[in-house]
Design a protein around this ligand. Sequence first.
Ligand SMILES: [Zn+2]
Ligand SMILES: [Zn+2]
Length: 319
Amino acid sequence: MNVNKSFTGISRRHFLAAAGLTTGAAVLVRRSLFASEDGIVPTMVNAAAKAKITVQPIRRNISVLEGSGGNIAVLTGPDGKLLADAGFAVSRPAISNALASINSDPIRHLINTHWHTDHTDGNTWLHSVGAAITAHENTRKRLAVDTRVEGWDYTFPAVPKGALPTTVFATGHEMRRNNTRIVLKYYLPAHTDSDISVTFTDADVVHVGDTWWNGVYPFIDYSTGGSIDGQIRAAEANLASVTASMIVIPGHGPVGGRAELTEFRDMLVTIRQNVAALKKQGRSLADTIAAKPTAAFDAKWGNFLITPAAFTGLVYMGV
Ligand SMILES: [Zn+2]
Ligand SMILES: [Zn+2]
């Protein structure tokens, strides 16, 4: 991928100032959000470069590829492979091998669940081998220009033309591929302002993108329209539409279903309440983090990119 190195203290300070944080809190958030020297984005790319891509058959002609950024759903059949999400470009050889291990169907279609690089960085190569790209209109809008994500301390350059979605929509879109009805639905602003669900109706499978992180604290991208309240609204929307028989593919973490989605929603709601109560008492972010409002959840949810302190900071920003 194209790396724009702008890891300066100044940009971090701007983020923290924009978040209304004190200097003490700023140091704490910096330590937690930017745990690695390189920052979150290079950490994700490096992990993808080394990762083995696993192929998990889900139901009927649908599989999930895990290991390069967000989870990738693959629908096979006579119309060629359709992918929901693209992973990182650095994983092209591993993803190509994984796709070839399913069958020899050519790659014909790609859907992006939202604009983030761990779901769209592979757009260029997938388009170059024949994929037409469909996404929400805000995914195209964000990818078409340089876009800064303060929470990642990173500016993504505009993508090449071939990586841009050519079919976009505002609220909903339907397509039929490989004898399967595919329903795309916009969430309204949630994790970003470009999140959609991808439902494979006939197989009773849905990819919900980064509106669900199964078993790990989510990143929330305030820079491009996300918020804790939007993330909770999307979790509620998922619970309203997902039935007990449905298989649900999260943006990150293992495939699951209604029970795990419910746990995620409850975690978000409880931590939001805890953090909001502390902030209402006038506590600074540093004091709020010190009060450990996520403590009951940390053993299960706090072991991935977003640490308990970082997640507390992301919730604090939005309450
Ligand atoms: Zn993601
Ligand atoms: Zn994301």
